[in-house]
Ligand binder design. Structure first.
Ligand code: ADP
Ligand code: MG
Length: 239
């Protein structure tokens, strides 16, 4: 995935101010930065949940920001996991995971369920297949959300603060699932405040400040010796 000179404004508010980077296949990218710096907006532009004001995003040699692009098709290929899970409350866990593959991808119920059970097993939730979301803990809900996104066999997975809404004791189980996903070679972009995870699991760290990509660095280099004053100040506050 290539991002070229991406700008995004909401009315007069310029939120992204010329971001360029490449996310290579199989890479895990952590996106960090102060609140309001544009992290969520950046992630949402990557799957066109927000329409960039200008700039280009390329995926698999196709410019997805081209007006002729089929946005729904792009989104099928880019899984997204949100801070607040966004599960379908009236569907069981298994139905949450099989709904899009059946309705959007045209899988048969059997095919979708076979794959659904496999995915639920991979996130440690086989036994919850027939539960409704309101009977699950936050950590379990987020693992369902991850399985649901994976059920579409996306090329890229985006995570927007996936552990920020969780009680502390549930953060680890979600990070573990994300870590094993990273080890399968999935391409991942993760907005996170979990600095340990960013350092350990990510191949690169993007530090955003005030809508600009201030650092695009190797995690060890970034955490040991950030180049910018802004990153230094940020790390002093969060570490
Ligand atoms: P972060 O995720 O880094 O905290 P966001 O991308 O959510 O930052 O927000 C960056 C800025 O854009 C903030 O000032 C926020 O209020 C503004 N913003 C985000 N989404 C919208 C929107 N849909 N309409 C107007 N302003 C928005
Ligand atoms: Mg955000």
């Amino acid at each position: 995935m290539q991002v070229k000179n991406l700008y995004k404004s909401f009315g007069k508010l310029q939120v992204l101010k010329g971001i360029s980077t490449t996310i290579n296949k199989g890479e895990v990218i952590s996106i960090i930065g102060p609140s309001g710096s544009g992290k969520s907006t950046f992630l949402r532009c990557l799957n066109l949940l927000e329409a960039p004001t200008s700039g280009e995003i390329w995926m698999n040699h196709e410019e997805i920001t081209n007006p002729k692009t089929d946005i729904l098709k792009v989104r099928q290929n880019v899984g997204m996991v949100f801070q607040h899970f966004h599960l379908f409350p009236h569907m069981t866990v298994l139905e949450n995971v099989t709904y899009a593959p059946i309705t959007v991808k045209g899988l048969t119920k059997e095919e979708a369920e076979t794959k659904g059970y496999e995915l639920l097993k991979s996130v440690g939730l086989s036994e919850k297949a027939n539960e409704y979301p309101n009977r699950l803990s936050g950590g379990q809900k987020q693992r369902v959300a991850i399985a649901r996104a994976l059920a579409m066999s996306p090329d890229v997975m985006l995570f927007d603060e996936p552990t920020s809404a969780l009680d502390p004791e549930m953060v680890k189980e979600v990070l573990e699932v994300m870590k094993s996903l990273a080890h399968t070679g999935m391409t991942m972009a993760i907005v996170t405040h979990e600095m340990g995870f960013a350092r350990e699991v990510a191949d690169r760290v993007l530090f955003l400040d005030d809508g600009k990509l201030v650092e695009d660095a190797n995690p060890n280099e970034f955490f040991q010796s950030p180049k910018s004053t802004r990153a230094k100040e940020f790390l002093e506050k969060v570490l």
